[in-house]
Design a protein around this ligand. Structure first.
Ligand SMILES: [Zn+2]
Length: 99
């Protein structure tokens, strides 16, 4: 087995493990967005997905707060308000975004 081949094999294995971790973290975040660990889960998830270039679903990414890494669920970790006829999602940290 050549050196190159070994490296490729181990990278494949790492990527597979990373994908598993991302799936587990994503499920936990979606299940309990209010828990004290949700933000750190999100941080870890983003780190892993960047390192191993794992694409996350757009629907999931758009629900993350850019300031505090909060997973925004309306009525739980975010609220929605109408301002000048437009919907605005307000995160628990105070960041406002158009919805
Ligand atoms: Zn926030």
């Amino acid at each position: 087995m050549s050196k190159y081949f070994r490296k490729k094999k181990s990278l494949e294995r790492e990527t597979r493990i990373a994908k598993e971790r991302v799936a587990i973290l994503k499920e936990r975040i979606e299940r309990e967005p209010e828990s004290a660990f949700a933000k750190s889960y999100t941080k870890t998830l983003l780190k892993i997905s960047k390192k191993y270039r794992i694409r996350l679903p757009a629907g999931f990414l758009s629900r993350l707060c850019r300031d505090c890494n909060n997973y925004r669920v309306l009525g739980k970790t975010a609220k929605i308000r109408i301002f000048k006829g437009k919907r605005i999602v307000i995160c628990n940290c105070g960041r406002k975004e158009k919805a």
